[in-house]
Design a binder for this molecule. Sequence first.
Ligand code: SF4
Length: 361
Amino acid sequence: MSRSAVRVRSRAFLFAMIKSLYIHIPFCKKRCFYCDFYSQTKLNLKKDYLEKLRVEAAAEKEIPHKLKSIYIGGGTPSLLTVSEIDFLFANVIGVFRRGKKCEITSEVNPESACDKKLLSLEKHGVNRLSIGFQFLDDSLLKKAGRLHTEKQAVKTFLLARETGFKNINIDIIYGFPGQSLKSFTETLDKIISLKPEHISAYLYSPPERKSPLRGKVPDENLSFKMYRHLCEKLKKNDFIHYEISNFARKNFYSEHNLNYWKGNDYIGLGAGAVSTVGNIRIKNPEIEKYLKNPAGKKIEILSAERKVFEKFFLNMRTKKGVSYRKKYEKFIKSGFLKRRGSKVFFSENGWFVSNSVIAEF
Ligand code: SF4
């Protein structure tokens, strides 16, 4: 980082009070064909990586903070061994100050989350798990390049419950190439019968990187049918649709994601992670550079217009919406937006086409 960048960063940190911390674990046994998240498959780098995370955490803990949420994401955090999880909590997460009711989430994948790892996460205070199911259909799991089976996914969920996790999210995908409405309905029914507290349902989008799925776009009509079925079925089962892709039972909204969607500041640690503090966006390098120098970050100064737009965009993802303006009338009339008092927010059908509606704004 240049000297002037360090000065800009220090000024922004003077006024900060960070509530959310994200830690990226950029390791996967194999890349799923649809995925564009930053991760790589050199698992032999884990030890060195954790050491660099320790160095980065020791520096970043100087930013004023009191955490309400910590999110361990990836990649695949459940590829860490029990002793690596111990290291992460003692030397990285443990150096940050947290509030009493801090939500601590870890993502886990069915093929790598065994009873010992789940127990270790629970012992360290993880109180929310996010399990990547994607589909409960072995042929689709194979087509997506996932390493687990339907049976393993259900087993992981039951094991997590047995371990004591009372707040579990399940990730699913709809609109995937070759996925029928019947297969999606069956996946959803099986998931509802497990009674998770939270479901994140993502509309498939083709990967940008080279992959067998590149260029395979979702069938829009079929995806919309799946989306409608998802909304109706989850509503009947007492889930609240509180964000475009997220459904939760009462009192189980994701604190971490809400903080992000409100446009609040957050710190991101690890290769490829991003932090936003005031009008400063800090981007960490990918793993090769990160291992050489975890402080080698890129700083971007966000203009006032960009901040306003990002906040607007993020707020529109949630049920809370944004303040009413006359220019929204056209979309209120067409049913994509709804108005309640001084607030405007997307209808459920509006959320499905939210990108094109926002582009018109
Ligand atoms: S979906 Fe998850 S497990 Fe699959 S490649 Fe992406 S980060 Fe890795």
